[in-house]
Ligand binder design. Structure first.
Ligand code: FES
Length: 101
């Protein structure tokens, strides 16, 4: 199973392919905010993908629209509730000081 690692604290979890980054964060005991409950209606789950971006599920229109509102938008940005892991390990950075695990 692919391993998802969360920076800056380095916590990680192995999860089945198809698991969202948000669910992987919960599996790794990382508190990734998700104010809208995971329906691409906020940007609190915004993360930067430092490794494995190409292996994630495709960026959907709804996610793309919402991401444009995210502070610190980068080419590697995804919404954690929408991006699902594929077959490869992924390294995720939680922007700024939002980590509270
Ligand atoms: S939890 Fe709101 S967009 Fe992901």
């Amino acid at each position: 199973m692919p391993r998802v690692t969360f920076l800056p604290d380095g916590k990680s979890a192995e999860v089945p392919a198809g698991t969202s980054i948000l669910d992987a964060a919960e599996a790794a005991d990382v508190d990734l905010p998700h104010n809208c409950g995971g329906v691409a209606a906020c940007t609190t789950c915004h993360v930067w993908i430092e490794q494995g971006l190409a292996s994630l599920s495709e960026l959907g229109d709804r996610e793309d629209d919402k991401l444009n509102e995210a502070a610190g938008l980068a080419p590697s940005s995804r919404l954690g509730c929408q991006a699902c892991v594929g077959g490869e390990d992924v390294v995720v950075r939680i922007p700024g000081n939002r980590i509270a695990s």
